[in-house]
Design a protein around this ligand. Sequence first.
Ligand code: NDP
Length: 453
Amino acid sequence: MIDRLAIFGATGDLSARYLLPGLTALWTAGHLGEGFQLACADRSDWDTERFRSWATAQLERHGGDYPADARKAIVASARFHRADVTDPAGVAAVIAGDRPIAVYLALPPALFSRSVSTLHRAGLPAGSRIVLEKPFGEDLDSAVELNRVLAELVPEDAVFRVDHFLAMTTVENVLGSRLANRVLEPLWNSAHIAEVEIVWDERLTLEGRAGYYDHAGALKDMVQNHLLQLLCLVAMEPPISLGERDLRNRKVDVLRSVRPLTGEDVLRRTRRGRYLAGRIDGHEVPAYTDEDGVDPSRDTETFAEVVLELDSWRWSGTKFRLRSGKALRRDRMEVAVHFRPVPHLPFGHSGDVLPNVLRFGLDPEGLTLDLTGTGSRARTFAPLRLTAQMPQSELPPYGRLLLDVLTGNPALSIRGDEAEEAWRVLAPVLSAWSENLVPIEGYPAGSDGPAPR
Ligand code: NDP
């Protein structure tokens, strides 16, 4: 286990809300020893004392549930370095030492490639690891280039392209439900499953994140990474093991099996939208284009939907609908597996008999199964919902992924070829949307999104 972590971008939002609390969770669970060292780097003109008092306040706000001594231990392990990540001398001072170090780039994605080159020049100790946040590149070409630069710095198994959705308990729910039970896997194919919806719909609006989001949009922010990753887990063939090689090989197979979208497919099977002024939970919400920092000429979408099909023996004939939107009427975060209707009903009518749906909740995490059960009157049937709560995980997603980084287990990080395949799947969509071939539909904030076609 590596016992040194450097965070570049240490005074940013990700660090405050997720990395410092994730480390505190690791400390609480006994995964970090007394010798753990945290090097925190940023451009701010701060010293260690000022950083520690800021970190203490952030942990009270975002990690207040963890014991005070764990929060104190993480704060005490931190040293602050003023360093620009493009300056080799400054970076060398942050990573100085002979022992391997894990380097977390909690930086604007546009800086990833230059940061990696700077680390190379600064001299990263042998055995070190590097962690990159999403989005990994902004299209296929930039992802290929970033992979090339990374390969010059460290071996592939030392690169952690993190996607925190893969550290959610939901992933274990999907894998466990499919692979540790007999009841589902025989039905897990296109003969029984008509459609899988992978949905992240939220009431949240821009929340002051225009600087990042207005350059990304819903397709790059959610679909290209989180939702395609979930597609891989739902659709992959059972791997031999959950080791990094077997698991990631099976995930790449799924991405490679996605039927390439033609120009006609993009018109028929993709939708993009942007919220207009409206009301959510009784509060006025301005139109996206009136939010602070938004440049309307970018035509950034706040709603994206893509329907994919897989060319494989198991899945030919099933639709996979990936969708995410902001400022919607209700939160709906789930993987919903819609089974086909029964082939024959031995009753006079079918009015109350609905197809079965299995839902893996992403937030809140849980499992529900919609069946048809007995109605209150004799020989009648009615919808029946079975619900299971999942046990609370000891570690939050960022705690789990930091543990994987420090212990050197890349199974749930995205491999280089996987990142490239994910961009390849969406390349026709990105190209058609950038040429405005698919109109951007306005939807009132607080609605259900663009009207279905
Ligand atoms: P922020 O803008 O809040 O933080 C970025 C940090 O990087 C800032 O502290 C910034 O300092 C620093 N920085 C910028 N340029 C340099 C430089 N040249 N040298 C050193 N430091 C620099 O962004 P986030 O924390 O929100 O995001 C960081 C990464 O995490 C992004 O890749 C994002 O996509 C990803 N992410 C973020 C999530 C979140 O909820 N915030 C969730 C999932 C992923 P300064 O203030 O001086 O500019």
